[in-house]
Each structure stands twice: as structure tokens, then as C-alpha cells.
Design a protein around this ligand. Structure first.
Ligand SMILES: *Cc1c(COP(=O)(O)O)cnc(C)c1O
Length: 407
């Protein structure tokens, strides 16, 4: 038979969530009482939204589907996305700084992150914040830009530790020249949000070192502190060194609907002077035929005044959950906690302990599923990520049970 792509054999992560689910099932099977409501297993583990799409945005989706059944309203392929949606994204998120053809509508940020690496090939050095969202690293391994798992990380990936000691912002002197640097703010998993000063330093370093930043802003609508930048393009010079990916998944509850976008400025050029924007249009036209037009109708509704109010309301709801979780962890006397204020993730340190051991303790004592920080990279060891995505009653119950971790 045909040979397997050796890059696939190199992937070792991606194993995090299946492993969590395996352990959860094993625990449930050994503890039949978890079938009772009061002892049920509650998940604060995944980054998946749980609340219904709000009515105005949902009406946009319904209307999008209805139109497809009419002669006048029918539409087929839309390539890089509806012109009106691209214009609206530029107006709402970027103060009109971008032309419609610098904004590419996608079926989600993760999908675009996976495709983006086609622009740079297997030879590009890749750097990530450590810990980080798994697709940056796993996508690089699949693309052949990174090699085998060495026990603590992948060969060829430069991990820039983000720890309590550096306030979850990396030492930029470690950034390799001419590399691709994935940067996520507000961060999944640490919940840390970079300040304007930090992002200015990032852009400055990228321009000096000829680095291309892929800025993941999937949680930008969770930012409540008006002093914190929501986009890398709030920083001067970013148009010459950054691509931004974003998504309707977390702000509008579109995790299952699938809609996102990527901004590729026309000023952005490769070392040879060629346009990255033109290449991205080419890649999208070649292996991607555009996002669902129903989803895009929902996206348009999400960005009008009523839709934006709903986005705010939905994010506020999850941030309310985050505040409850954070408060419970503080009551336990955990000294190092970040996130939960401008992000739906809370990152808590259990000094000297193995992340999976803490995961197991929380599962056994509280019947609560969390995510072991070590699954997001070597610097995540001893941390646990708590996710604020959940129904309020479940989160309240989980918080009450966390008290069992005392002493
Ligand atoms: C959830 C998430 C995304 C969104 O991915 P979609 O494919 O748009 O659903 C992107 N980046 C990070 C860091 C995320 O946590």
C-alpha cells in the first residue's frame, strides 16, 4: 500500500482532549453515582461554547437559509466572502483601516491557521508562546516545518516561555530571525492579555528580525479593559509584519456554525518583495471555496447594532462564569492565577505538582473536568486551565465543589 505522510507520525499532541475524555469516561464507569444529578461530572475543561445563539443573530442565520430557497435570494460560491461582510468587519473591528480585499472570510480561525502555513512551506522556522493553543504547533508539524517529538517539545519549534515570572509575555530576544511567530491575545490557555506597550515591543522586534506574526484575536471581544488593544493592527507598523486571524466562534457562539476571518494587509511582503495578500487569495481560491453563505448572513446580523449588543451580552455571561471560578480559586489560597477578567480562561498554578495529578485530584474530589496545563506546552507544567464555557448552574455547582480541594 501507499506510504504514510511521515509528518503525521510526528504528531503527538492533539492527544490532549481525547486523553481527557478517556479519563473522564473511565472515572464515570468506576463511579456509578456520577449518573445522579448531584454527583454529575461537570466540565470546565473545553473551549466550546454552551449557550444558544442570541435571537437577533439567530434570525440572521434563519433569514440566510430562507433566501437560498428563493430565485432572487439564491447565491452560490462567494470565494473570499460577501463584500458587505468584509466591509463591515473592517468598519467594526479595524476603524475602516482595511479594504474589503484585505479581509478574507473563512470557516473559522483554526482552519485558516492550518492553511496559512502553506504560504511559507516546510522550511520556515516557527516560534510559539509556551504554553499555546495546540494548532500552531501541530499545524507546523503537519506542514513539515517541525519534526519529531523530543519528550518536551517538537524538534524545530522555538518555545518562548510565558510564565508567572515574565507576566506571561515572552522574552522577545529568543525570537528567531525570519520566523513565523504565533501570538494569541487574550491568550488561550493562560488568559493573559497583552498590553499596548507589550504589543509595541512585539511589532518592533518582528520588524527588526523580519518575523511574520500570526496574531490570533479569537477572544478580542472578551476584553473589558479599554486600555488593552483588541487587535495587533492597533499598533503602528503591524501592517508590515502581521496577519490577524479572528472568529465568530467565541463572541457569537458560532463554534458549530463556522465563520471567521483573516486580515492580510497589502503592505505585507515576503523577503523577495512579493505580496502575501495576493498569495493568500491564491491559496484560498485553490483549496478553499469560501464560508457558508448562511453563516455569513448570521455574521452580518452579528455586526449590526443589535448583534453587537448580543455579542457583548454573551461574552459578559461567560465572563460572569469566569469571575465565579476565579473567586473560588482565590478562596482556596492559590497564589498564582491569571485570566478570567478579559478572557474566558483562568490559569492556575499548583506549584511543584504535575498537571495531570492535579487534574485527577480535581476529578476525583470534585467530579470536575479541567485541562492539564502541560498539554499546552512544556511551560504549562503545574498549571490547570479552567474554562468559563458552561451553563451558569453547572459553573456554580462546580465552584461550590472546588472547596473540597482545601487543605
Ligand atoms: C477557539 C479558538 C479559535 C477559534 O477557532 P474557530 O476555528 O474559529 O472555531 C481560534 N484560536 C483560539 C486560540 C481558540 O481558542
Amino acid at each position: 500500500m501507499i506510504n504514510r505522510n511521515p509528518c503525521i507520525a510526528n504528531i503527538k499532541a492533539g492527544y490532549l482532549f481525547p486523553e481527557i475524555s478517556r479519563r473522564r469516561k473511565e472515572f464515570a464507569a468506576a463511579h456509578p453515582e456520577t449518573a445522579e444529578h448531584s454527583h454529575r461530572i461537570i466540565s470546565l475543561g473545553v473551549g466550546n461554547t454552551t449557550e444558544p445563539v442570541l435571537p437577533h443573530i439567530n434570525a440572521g442565520l434563519v433569514e440566510g437559509a430562507r433566501k437560498l430557497g428563493t430565485v432572487e435570494g439564491y447565491s452560490g460560491y462567494q470565494d473570499e466572502g460577501l463584500q458587505s461582510l468584509r466591509e463591515k468587519i473592517s468598519a467594526v473591528f479595524y476603524k475602516g483601516k482595511f479594504q474589503a480585499d484585505e479581509i478574507f472570510i473563512s470557516d473559522g480561525a483554526k482552519c485558516d491557521i492550518g492553511r496559512l502555513q502553506l504560504l511559507f512551506g516546510a522550511g520556515v522556522p516557527v516560534a510559539v508562546q509556551d504554553p499555546s493553543y495546540p494548532v500552531y504547533v501541530d499545524g507546523s508539524v503537519l506542514a513539515g516545518a517541525a519534526g519529531a517529538w523530543t519528550g518536551t517539545g517538537y524538534q524545530g519549534i522555538v518555545y518562548l516561555p510565558c510564565t508567572a515570572e515574565n507576566n506571561y509575555f515572552p522574552d522577545l530576544s529568543l525570537l528567531p530571525e525570519k520566523s513565523l511567530f504565533y501570538f494569541c491575545s487574550p491568550n488561550n490557555p493562560t488568559g493573559a492579555t497583552a498590553t499596548g506597550v507589550q504589543l509595541e515591543a512585539l511589532v518592533k522586534a518582528a520588524l527588526e528580525k523580519k518575523v511574520l506574526i500570526v496574531f490570533d484575536a479569537a477572544y478580542s471581544e472578551y476584553i473589558r479593559d479599554p486600555a488593552l488593544p483588541k487587535s495587533i493592527f492597533d499598533i503602528d507598523g503591524a501592517k508590515r509584519c502581521a496577519i490577524e486571524v479572528n472568529s465568530f466562534s467565541k463572541p457569537a457562539g458560532f463554534t458549530g456554525v463556522r465563520l471567521g476571518w483573516t486580515v492580510v494587509p497589502k503592505e505585507l511582503k515576503y523577503s523577495g518583495g512579493e505580496s502575501v495578500n495576493a498569495d493568500w487569495a491564491r491559496v484560498c481560491g485553490t483549496i478553499f471555496n469560501g464560508a457558508s453563505n448562511i453563516a455569513q448572513a448570521g455574521g452580518l446580523a452579528a455586526l449590526d447594532a443589535e448583534g453587537l449588543t448580543e455579542i457583548r451580552r454573551l461574552c459578559d455571561f461567560y465572563l460572569g462564569n469566569a469571575a465565579l471560578i476565579r473567586e473560588s480559586l482565590e478562596k482556596l489560597g492559590i497564589s498564582s492565577i491569571t485570566g478570567g477578567d478579559n478572557s474566558p480562561y483562568i490559569w492556575a498554578r499548583f506549584p511543584g505538582r504535575d498537571s495531570w495529578d492535579v487534574f485527577t485530584e480535581i476529578l476525583e474530589k470534585c467530579h470536575v473536568v479541567t485541562t492539564p496545563g502541560s498539554g499546552f506546552g512544556p511551560a504549562g507544567q503545574s498549571f490547570i486551565r479552567f474554562s468559563a464555557f458552561g451553563h451558569r448552574a453547572d459553573v456554580e455547582e462546580a465552584c461550590a465543589r472546588l472547596e473540597r480541594l482545601k487543605g
